[in-house]
Write a protein that binds this ligand. Structure first.
Ligand code: MTE
Length: 314
C-alpha cells in the first residue's frame, strides 16, 4: 500500500461494518441516557443538553469541519512539527494493549486497562468548537465520555487540587521523541474544578468512528474553552496533585504559554494576535472569524475564573 493511499483511508473503511454499526447503536443508546442526566436542574431545563445540540451555542455559526481536514492537519510533536506529517507517521504508534496509571491524591490508585475504563463509561457524542493557539479553529463531533465521570471513579481525595496528564513515551515509534523539541513525555494539567466541569471530555472516537492515531488514539483530552495544546493525546498517566503541575509547553516557553491557556481574544500571544481565527478547511483566502472569549463557552465556564485577572493568568 502506498503512503498516499494509507493517508487517505478513512477509519470507517478499515473497521468491519458490523462492528461500526454495533458501536453506533451503543452511542445512540447512551445519548438518551446522558441527555436525561443533564436535565434535572432548573438552569439546565432552559437549555438543551450538550449532547443533543449538533450545531448551535457549542459550535456556533460554522459547520462541522470535514473529516479529511481534521485528520490531515494535526499537531502531534511526538511525530513531527509538520501538520500534515503525523497522518502517516502516527500509524506506527502501538495502541494495544493500553493502560492508564492513576496515582497521587486518590483512594483508588492503580493501573487501569483501557477496556475496563470503557466498560464503565458509556459513550456519548459531543460536537465542540476547537481552537488552536496558532489561530485556526474547527468543529469536531467527538465520541467519548465526560472526564469527570472517569476521574470520580478513582476517588480523588480532598487534597487533590490539580490533575496532571502524561502522554505515552514510545520513542521507537515516535520519531519526535528522539529529539529535544519538547521535554518528553508531553504533560498537561487542569485545576480540579476545570477537570470536573461537564464540558471537559475524554475522546476515544470522532465522526462516529474510532479516534485516528494522529488525533490522539486511544484516548485524549478535549477541553473546548482552552487552546488546543491543553487537549493532550494518547494519555497513559493521570496524577492528582496538591500543587500546580508543570506542563510541556509552559516548560518549553514560559513567557508564551501559561497553565490556564483559556481562549482569550483580548490577550495576544507574544508573537501574534488571538483576535481572529482561520476556519480549518475554509481555504486560505476565506475570511477569518472573530475569536470568542473562552472559545464561545463563556456562559458555562466564566464562573470558574471569577476574580482572576485573565491577562495575568494566561
Ligand atoms: N498532545 C500531544 N501528546 N502532543 C502534541 O504535540 N499537540 C496539541 C494537542 N495535544 C499535542 C497534543 C496541540 S498544539 C493541539 S492544537 C491539539 O493537540 C491538536 O489536536 P488535533 O491534532 O487532533 O487537531
Amino acid at each position: 500500500m502506498s503512503l498516499f493511499r494509507l493517508a487517505s483511508i478513512k477509519n470507517s473503511e478499515i473497521t468491519p461494518r458490523e462492528i461500526f454499526q454495533a458501536r453506533r447503536k451503543i452511542i445512540k443508546a447512551s445519548l438518551g441516557f446522558t441527555a436525561a442526566a443533564f436535565l434535572p436542574t432548573a438552569a439546565n431545563a432552559e437549555k438543551k443538553p450538550f449532547e443533543t445540540v449538533p450545531v448551535g451555542p457549542y459550535s456556533g455559526d460554522f459547520p462541522v469541519t470535514d473529516y479529511e481536514d481534521v485528520t490531515h492537519y494535526t499537531n502531534y510533536y511526538e511525530f513531527t512539527t509538520n501538520k500534515t506529517g503525523s497522518t502517516v507517521l502516527a500509524q506506527a504508534l502501538k495502541t494495544k494493549p493500553w493502560q492508564v496509571e492513576v496515582s497521587g491524591e486518590v483512594d483508588k490508585p492503580g493501573v487501569y486497562h483501557l477496556e475496563d475504563i470503557l466498560k464503565q463509561n458509556p459513550l456519548q457524542e459531543r460536537i465542540y468548537r476547537f481552537r488552536c493557539v496558532e489561530a485556526w479553529s474547527m468543529v469536531v463531533p467527538w465520541i467519548g465520555f465526560p472526564l469527570a465521570d472517569m476521574l470520580k471513579a478513582f476517588k480523588p481525595t480532598s487534597r487533590a487540587k490539580f490533575v496532571e496528564f502524561t502522554t505515552v513515551y514510545q520513542p521507537e515509534n515516535m520519531p519526535g521523541q528522539r529529539n529535544k523539541s519538547l521535554d518528553w513525555p508531553y504533560t498537561e494539567g487542569l485545576r480540579i474544578d476545570e477537570a470536573m466541569h461537564p464540558l471537559s471530555f475524554i475522546a476515544t472516537g470522532m465522526y462516529d468512528d474510532e479516534l485516528p492515531k494522529q488525533n490522539g488514539a486511544p484516548l485524549r483530552l478535549v477541553v473546548p474553552w482552552k487552546y488546543g495544546f491543553k487537549s493532550i493525546k494518547a494519555i497513559v498517566k493521570i496524577r492528582f496533585t496538591e500543587t500546580m503541575p508543570q506542563t510541556a509547553w509552559n516548560k518549553a516557553a514560559p513567557d508564551e504559554y501559561g497553565f490556564y491557556a483559556n481562549v482569550n481574544p483580548n490577550v495576544p500571544h507574544p508573537r501574534w494576535s488571538q483576535a481572529r481565527e482561520r476556519i480549518l478547511g475554509a481555504g486560505l483566502f476565506a475570511s477569518k472569524r472573530d475569536t470568542e472569549m473562552f472559545n464561545g463557552y463563556a456562559e458555562y465556564v466564566a464562573p470558574l475564573y471569577k476574580g482572576m485577572d485573565l491577562s495575568k493568568y494566561i
